[in-house]
Every structure is written in C-alpha cells, then in structure tokens.
Design a protein around this ligand. Structure first.
Ligand code: SF4
Ligand code: FE
Length: 479
C-alpha cells in the first residue's frame, strides 16, 4: 500500500486542467485542489495505522495481499458493513468528501456485471476487468467513477439529441480498441485520481448500442479536457488567511470532463454494446453508491454535530434544554442515516460472480433519507450557532492592528475559551452549512448517486405492495 507521500508523488503526471480561466499544469500545488488531495492522503494515512487497519484494509480475493479497502471487492456481509464503517471513520477525520468511493463502487458493480455478460454472450469482459483491477490493487491506485452525462434535452433519447455527443458514445472501433466522444460531468475527485471507470448514465435501448460503453482510462489520457468546477466561497482557499475557508485543511472537488475522441485499448473496455446489461449496471452502481452515503454522510454529520456542541459550550448555553434537545435531534437524524447504511449492508447477498452486494431496497431507503436529514441537521447547526455565522468580519480584520483588538473584545464569550477558537468554529459551521463544504454535505446528498426521484422509483419497484395486500387479505379472510 502507498504511503500518503507516495500517493501524492504518483499524481504528479503530465496533466492540464482549466481552473477559473487559467491553464494549470501543476494542479497539485493549486490552492483550490490541495485540500482535496489532503483528504485523500488521509485515507492512505489511516490505512498505515494498525488501529484502523481492520476497517481501512482487507485481503484481496484477486491478488491475495492486504490492500486498501477502497480497492476491495466485497467478499462477505462483514465487508459490506465494514465499508460503511470505514466511510464514517474517514468522514469523521476529514469532515468533507474524501472522493474514493465512486471508483470503489464502480469496481464492485463491474465485477458482477462483466461476469454475467460473459456468461450470456461468451465475451471476456470479466477477465479484462479483473486484470485491470488487480493492477489498481497492486499499485494502490485512486480511481474515480464517471457516470453522469450532460444529457442535453431531457425529453429526448440519446440518438434523438440534436447534438449526438450529449451522451458519451463510441464513435470508432477497430481491432485495437474504441474511440469515445462525449462528456462526464460532476466528476468527484477526478484530479485526485490516477484512473477513472466510465459507465453509461442510464438503461439503453435497441439502437443505442454505441452508448452502452464502459471502460477504464487514466485521468490524464490524451484527448481529455478537464475543467474544474466552482464551489460556493471557493476563492477563500486562495486568500492569504485560509482560516476564513472554514475547513481549511480538507475539501473535495469536481471536474467537468470532456472526451474529445479518446482512444481506449480493447483490454480496458468492459462493456461495448450490451444494452441489456446497461440498466443493471446503472442500478447496481447506484445501489452501492447509495449504500456509501449511509457511511460518508453520518461521518461528516458527526463533525458538524461536534462543532455545534462546541459552539454551544463556548457560548455558555450547553445546558439550555432546547439546545440539548436540538443536539439530540441532530444525533437522531445522523444515526438514522448510519442505521440505514448498516441495515442495507447487513442484508447484503452474494452475486453469481462471488462478490457481495447490499440490499437494493434498503440502499434506496438510505439515500432517500440522505436527501433530507443533512438539511435538517444543518438547519439546527445554524440555529444553535447563531446569525454570526453569516456576518462575521474577515480573519484579516480579526487580526488587524487597528480593529483586531476591538473584534476580539466583542467576540469574546468566556475567559476559559480563546476567542480565536470561537472564530474558527463559527467559520467552520459557516463553511459546512453554506460554503464550499456544504456541497459535499447538502447538494451532494440531494443529487449525488441519483436525484431524489430516482430512489423513489426504485422504492416503488422494490417494495412489494402486492405482498402487503396479501398479508391483510389473509388476516381478514378476504378473497
Ligand atoms: Fe465518498 Fe461521500 Fe465523497 Fe461520495 S460524497 S465520494 S460517498 S465521501
Ligand atoms: Fe457521490
């Protein structure tokens, strides 16, 4: 397994990314990217510490060695539960998106889907995929996952779009491989990743075979254009006083990735035209990623609850009954998300390929709750922290010779707590609930792993209402 430093060194490759109108070559030195790399380095660091190894590592079924769990193919229900426990742990240590779950979930999806495709069509996708993934495990690579296409006019299918590139597709094919064109947007942790696994964005139909494509590719492959996404208050990371950033050590990022005729050698292609499996691939990935949220969001929630409890102490109100009750409510909501994450893992099952997958209905229930609870938890955090979270002067003023002493005097609450600590926590809560970190905690909770309606459709499909009607009929002797 790589040390955090080895990981960082290994990312220093020939890459170009556009960030706020600038062409950046050494993205690893850019203030908007560094916090993301710090968050991923934390994963590599925790895997090196013996106390965390039961959660952070596993023994690979592919190479027989101890690997980082983020590259593991789940071999049991216990692995599924440890996955969400690990995500909660890393959330607690970073308070942000640590970006390594998407590729992890994509790998566990492709493991079973490629196996089943080979069984049906006699293809060799499973062998290609496992060879590709063995290398990921051996080199302890960070892998992103690329699903979301721009989609153009939502009322039209991919082939009906005026611009056929609105969904990523194969534009050329020969014996050596395929050439793909299109874009994948909202790419979490793309710059922090060595590779990505590209997948179709939805179930495809006859005539849409060119869009049923999945493959592995380096994130700096020739023909890709990378444009970094903006986040609320992101430029605070570029200011001299990074304290105003809130979570000034850790953060996540998203990239808008355009594939301008990128060549993919056959050995890295894991699906090409198998429309019948495209829907299943999307569902399994969505299920695994919805399970992920039952770990990562409670981990981040723990940090926000901690910050809120701390500010209540600093403000001298920790024993006021409504404050105590609001913190209980935050914990109730947060633990509900975790309970859902553990439950869908505990009811996991084995796929034909031998790997384990979470319960689909409960994973969708998990994610649907995730679309709501972080908003309420954030509202309570803002309630307790007070209006100061959106009116406090800058850290530069806080430390200025002319007005700093005045701000410190009037922002002080108790002689036992430094006013500096109060300043940092207020900024942290601001960042978490409405700044750059709110992306990973709120909007990402809403739209990541599929927008709310996508889970409701799956709950509708999976919840067996006919069976429930049968229960009441039996009790009441109805026909
Ligand atoms: Fe992982 Fe959560 Fe970030 Fe998604 S939002 S990549 S599940 S930490
Ligand atoms: Fe996500």
């Amino acid at each position: 397994m790589k040390t955090p430093e080895e990981y960082l060194e290994s990312l220093k490759r020939d890459t170009i990314v556009y960030i706020m109108g600038e062409k950046v070559k050494e993205f690893w030195n850019h203030p908007l990217v560094k916090p993301s790399l710090n968050a991923v380095m934390k994963i590599y660091e925790l895997a090196q510490i013996s106390e965390y190894q039961p959660l952070m590592t596993a023994v690979s079924n592919l190479i027989g060695e101890r690997i980082n769990r983020f590259t593991h193919i789940h071999q049991s229900v216990d692995d599924l539960i440890k996955k969400v426990q690990m995500q909660r742990l890393v959330g607690q240590k970073t308070g942000t998106c640590f970006q390594r779950c998407v590729g992890f979930d994509a790998a566990n999806t492709l493991y079973s889907v490629t196996y089943e495709m080979d069984k049906k069509y006699g293809t060799s996708y499973f062998e290609r995929f496992t060879n590709y993934w063995k290398e990921v495990q051996q080199k302890d690579l960070m892998v992103a996952g690329s699903m979301t296409d721009p989609k153009g006019d939502r009322s039209k299918r991919p082939t009906q779009q005026t611009d056929k590139d609105m969904y990523l597709r194969v534009v050329e094919e020969n014996e050596e491989g395929i050439v793909v064109r299109g874009a994948k947007i909202h790419q979490t942790g793309y710059l922090s990743s060595h590779r990505t696994i590209v997948m179709p964005t939805m179930a495809l139909r006859s005539g849409e075979e060119a869009y049923a494509v999945s493959f592995g590719v380096d994130t700096n492959e020739k023909g890709m254009t990378l444009v970094m996404g903006r986040q609320a208050s992101d430029t605070r990371k570029m200011e001299e006083n990074i304290i105003d950033t809130g979570n000034y050590k850790y953060g996540g990022h998203e990239v808008f990735v355009i594939f301008n005729d990128v060549f993919i050698p056959s050995e890295n292609v894991f699906m090409n035209g198998q429309i019948e499996f495209s829907g299943e691939l999307v569902n399994r990935f969505a299920g695994l990623h919805r399970q992920s949220y039952g770990g990562c969001k409670p981990g981040k929630g723990d940090v926000l609850i901690g910050a809120t409890a701390l500010i209540s102490q600093i403000n001298g109100v920790p024993n006021v009954s409504h404050i105590k009750d609001k913190i209980i409510e935050m914990n109730l909501l947060n633990e509900t998300l975790f309970a859902c994450g553990v439950a869908c893992s505990a009811l996991g099952f084995q796929r034909e390929a031998g790997n384990y997958e979470m319960d689909m209905l409960l994973a969708n229930v998990t994610k649907q709750h995730v679309t709501r609870a972080p908003y309420e938890i954030s509202r309570l955090a803002e309630d307790i922290a007070g209006g100061i979270i959106c009116t406090m002067p800058s850290y530069a003023d806080f430390n200025s010779e002319e007005v700093g002493h005045l701000l410190k005097k009037y922002l002080n609450t108790s002689d036992e707590v430094s006013v500096e600590d109060r300043y940092k926590i207020i900024r942290f809560i601001e960042n978490f609930t409405m700044g750059a970190s709110s992306l990973a905690y709120k909007t990402e909770s809403l739209h990541g792993a599929g927008s709310p309606q996508a889970q409701r459709i799956m709950i509708g499909r999976q919840a067996n209402v006919e069976e429930k009607i049968g229960f009441v009929k039996e009790i009441l002797d109805l026909n």
